[in-house]
Design a protein around this ligand. Sequence first.
Ligand SMILES: *Cc1c(COP(=O)(O)O)cnc(C)c1O
Length: 393
Amino acid sequence: MDKKAYFGKFGGQFVPETVMFALDELESAYESIASTAQFQAELDDLLKNYVGRPSPLYYAKRLSEHYGHKIYLKREDLNHTGAHKINNALAQALLAKKMGKKKIIAETGAGQHGVASATAAALLGLECDVYMGAVDIARQQLNAYRMQLLGANVVSIEDGLKTLKEATTAAIQAWVNEIESVFYVIGSAVGPHPYPKMVRDFQSIIGRETRSQLKDYGIKADYIIACVGGGSNAIGIFNEFLDDKDTELIGIEAGGLGANTPYHAATLTNGREGIIHGMKTMVLQDAYGMIEEVHSISAGLDYPGVGPQHAYLHDIKRVKYYAITDDECVNALRLTTRLEGIIPAIESSHALAYLEKLCPSLESKKTIVVNVSGRGDKDMDTIMGYEKGKIYG
Ligand SMILES: *Cc1c(COP(=O)(O)O)cnc(C)c1O
């Protein structure tokens, strides 16, 4: 067993032999190229001048007054394309280019990672195929169109439920078929080694900036809260603080209609050890090991697995994970919008909703950082539908 591929007992490379070749190639390219000063300088320049980093660590005055604690928002919503996903997509696309690949492929559910990958491909002059379930294409027409406008080829997947799980399987198959010339840009800190580590490292810019911004303000964080789908924005901010024993780290999963109902995506709350998309991790599965359907108002958190590092951090209790329901999430979105003039993504609103539970339980005044992983403009249809009584799943 290759220890580097694991976080405790989680992670690994549960893939067919044909994929091992590509993973080995990726690992050695990541180690030899991404660590060079030249790659880092090019990436830093793009993050600064193209993405608009560093993103502010914003003191949310009215939210702080409302809750009686000092609340800071890490504004990943202000990045180009409106979320943290661009940090990772751009870095992987740059690595692909340095490896001499002509084409990147990506899977997408709601389309956010597809848009980020298509954006990076346009910028760097790479071809881009985005695998998307036919049902998702119909639900997310605007994002599918954005990808096409950016020059990407949107490949419609007609298998199974025609959503993210089938799109991911199709993307992996396409990668195996053209393994010499294609780079698979994965959208979260998931999949076989080295993806979870590589994505974690590329997203750690969020935590490094947060640490230096806290230092500039002369304060320290008592709590850091982030939402967890696959777990890339959360691990991006948590990783830098894992050794800070007096900073509590809290990951928030999608509780859907309630983590105690069948309609949720609360993997760490309710899952069991299993294998999904090439990794050993916690998985929502039935008694026979069949992967269960997930439900959440938030397309970005609607995943039956979770990144293996989160499964490990949950196991050793370094990070605590809780579930927030659709209702709680929408209330938090409304409150943040009204009090701060910031419309957070419904994914990020899960993290904000936890303030409602945490704050009243704290005895003295605390400093709390919430990672606002993205902006909510993309979610207006969903919120309008929700107000009319539509139930999502
Ligand atoms: C995709 C997405 C997420 C969930 O992905 P992670 O890998 O868990 O970060 C969270 N927030 C936003 C805004 C997203 O687009």
